[in-house]
Design a protein around this ligand. Structure first.
Ligand SMILES: NC(=O)c1ccc[n+]([C@@H]2O[C@H](COP(=O)([O-])OP(=O)(O)OC[C@H]3O[C@@H](n4cnc5c(N)ncnc54)[C@H](O)[C@@H]3O)[C@@H](O)[C@H]2O)c1
Length: 332
């Protein structure tokens, strides 16, 4: 086993979680994000990745410290609660001892994920949930090779950047009991996340399907010359996107109906909306369309670097999330 980090016994100022650790399998963009989120909520973390060192994880924690603490986390004493394992054979096996939750964020390869789930399922006691961050693998495929307790294999799909965006989509497979899915939601809630249960497995879960519906039409409008890439982004960020972040697309429609609410909106604007829906086009990501989109984004970005844009995005997101939290129960 090769250890480059260290776990002490401290559990942080808000660390009520002295027993056991959360095992993270995969420490790329998403796995490192989970590490920050878990450490900021008092957990001990073992992160197993053949290619990611403790220094890299530590850098990520420091980069995200301000954001995660502004949103209610507390990273006091995190160094002593992080343990990084490179050996994903025997080292990973040793790390199963004391694991109370597994969050897999390895490569998006369904074969890898289902073999790993089966290997974990064979070794971990049945109450330990095996959650996968997967965007692209269905829960039933994840659990297909599990024979011990397949129902505890669930999708817990976060959004990037994990320490900032609250959403985690929880999707069970055909064997998953309601109680297990609810336990997963409780776990993510305890990390300051906003879990949403997806009641039936469908490709892409929920939020990415909704994004895909919008991307399809945006790509088509750009392809047909109706709008530029920058026009599409400006229309959303200065228009409905502002309301979506507060109310969602459906509650927003309800308020648009005035005193008559959703019923009035659908009565009044339903018929034209039906025409727009009927007119929506398909989009195929042909090489020509891809280069149109890439060129359009390059023009839109200009000389601003991705790091600069990401920093502005994250700072504003933190402020928005703080304001949303202060608004309490009035927002979904
Ligand atoms: N990037 C996103 O925006 C995003 C968002 C939500 C969910 N996801 C999902 O999260 C998962 C991880 O995505 P990512 O973007 O972090 O990918 P990534 O490529 O950044 O990270 C994958 C990591 O897995 C490691 N790995 C490879 N083999 C391994 C093994 N045998 N054991 C343990 N680790 C191993 C790699 O070294 C790498 O660090 C995917 O399933 C993806 O669908 C990604």
């Amino acid at each position: 086993m090769s250890f480059t980090g260290n776990i002490g016994s401290a559990a942080g100022r808000n660390g009520q979680r002295a027993d056991g650790h959360v095992l993270l399998v995969g420490g790329g963009v998403i796995g490192k994000g989970w590490a920050v989120q878990l450490l900021a909520h008092g957990h001990r973390v073992v992160l197993a990745d053949p290619a990611v060192g403790a220094d890299e994880v530590a850098r990520h924690v420091r980069q995200n410290r301000h954001a995660v603490e502004s949103l209610g986390g507390d990273l006091d004493g995190w160094e002593s609660r992080l343990h990084v394992v490179h050996d994903t054979g025997g080292g990973l096996e040793a790390a199963l001892d004391g694991a109370v939750w597994v969050q897999e964020s390895g490569p998006e390869d369904p074969g890898f994920k289902s073999r790993l789930a089966a290997w974990l399922d064979e070794r971990l006691s049945p109450e330990v949930v095996i959650a996968s961050s997967t965007s692209g693998t269905m829960p039933s495929a994840l659990a297909a090779e599990c024979t011990s307790a397949p129902g505890r294999v669930v999708v817990g799909h976060p959004f990037h950047p994990v320490p900032v965006i609250p959403l985690v989509e929880v999707v069970g497979n055909a064997h998953t009991a309601d109680e297990t899915a609810e336990r997963a939601c409780d776990f993510y809630r305890s990390l300051g996340k906003r879990p949403v249960r997806v009641r039936r497995e469908v490709p892409g879960h929920l939020a990415n399907r909704l994004q895909a519906a919008l991307w399809r039409e945006a790509y088509s409008l750009v392809e047909r010359g109706v709008a530029t890439v920058a026009d599409v982004d400006a229309a959303i960020t200065n228009g409905p996107g502002l309301r979506w972040a507060l109310l969602g697309p459906l509650l927003g429609q309800h308020l648009g109906g005035g005193p008559g609410g959703m019923a009035h909106t659908l009565e009044h604007l339903g018929p034209p909306a039906q025409e727009w829906m009927d007119d929506l086009r398909d989009a195929r990501l042909s090489p020509e369309l891809v280069s149109l989109l890439v060129d359009g984004v390059d023009r839109e970005v200009g000389d601003r670097g991705a790091d600069e844009l990401s920093a502005v995005r994250d700072a504003l997101l933190v402020r928005l999330l703080q304001d949303k939290r202060d608004a309490g129960r009035s927002l979904p």
